[in-house]
Design a binder for this molecule. Structure first.
Ligand code: TMP
Length: 212
């Protein structure tokens, strides 16, 4: 069997957006596409992807759990520290393409903009959690709230149960981050059918990949 392609230093792509935006579908399409091109691809999700981080995820999403805003922030960063050191950093070092369903921009958007915690402090915590790891490309799949809400399941978790205003702030937060970091963060319209959205996603990934 032919050896799978690797990239020196790896290639790290994160998928972001509000709940129901379709980012996980885009990640799966990207995984299939890149594997088809012969790359070695790893897919992860946040919070989660290690036994400890999955336990933290369960707690964070439990509708019955009562967690303070700062506690929530620290739990997301704790889960991130786990997956970054155990899964993301070693795979990038080995030259893999790592696709992650959410990463630190979710914390800036949800806990920073959504919960109105201090953005500067939130970003400082990212650095503590991940060190020098930074996505090469971040795709924000953007949809309006009506579309997002219509795509969610019946059973809402603790985060999904937040108000419309909360999600409006989170959505604006993602778009604001994209304005601030135009080179790294690309916004794609998540409204059309998944294969149409993926054309945009594919273009952004290939453009960045070709520069490596
Ligand atoms: P998921 O539904 O995309 O798997 O993400 C789990 C939930 O956690 C989702 O509602 C977004 C939220 N979240 C945060 O609030 N902060 C974070 O840092 C991350 C990674 C997710």
């Amino acid at each position: 069997m032919a050896r799978l392609k690797r990239i020196k230093g790896g290639f790290f792509v994160t998928f972001e957006g509000i709940d129901g935006c379709g980012k996980s579908t885009q990640l799966t399409l990207a995984q299939d596409h890149l594997a088809g091109l012969g790359y070695e691809v790893a897919t992860l999700r946040e919070p989660g992807s290690t036994p400890t981080a999955e336990r933290i995820r369960k707690l964070l999403l439990d509708p019955k759990a009562r967690i303070s805003d700062v506690g929530e922030l620290l739990l997301y960063e704790a889960a991130r520290a786990e997956v970054t050191s155990a899964e993301i950093a070693p795979r990038l070092k080995a030259g893999l393409i790592v696709l992650c369903d959410r990463f630190y921009d979710s914390t800036t958007a949800y806990q920073g903009y959504g919960r109105k915690l201090d953005i500067k402090m939130v970003k400082q915590l990212h650095r503590i959690a991940v060190g020098s790891i930074r996505p090469d490309l971040t795709l924000v799949v953007d949809v309006d709230l009506k579309t997002a809400f219509s795509r969610r399941g019946r059973q809402l978790d603790r985060l999904e149960s937040q108000s419309r205003d909360f999600f409006q702030r989170v959505r604006r937060g993602f778009l604001e981050l994209a304005r601030q970091e135009k080179t790294r963060i690309k916004v794609v319209d998540g409204t059309p059918p998944p294969t149409v959205v993926f054309e945009q996603v594919r273009k952004h990934i290939e453009r960045k990949l070709n520069r490596r």
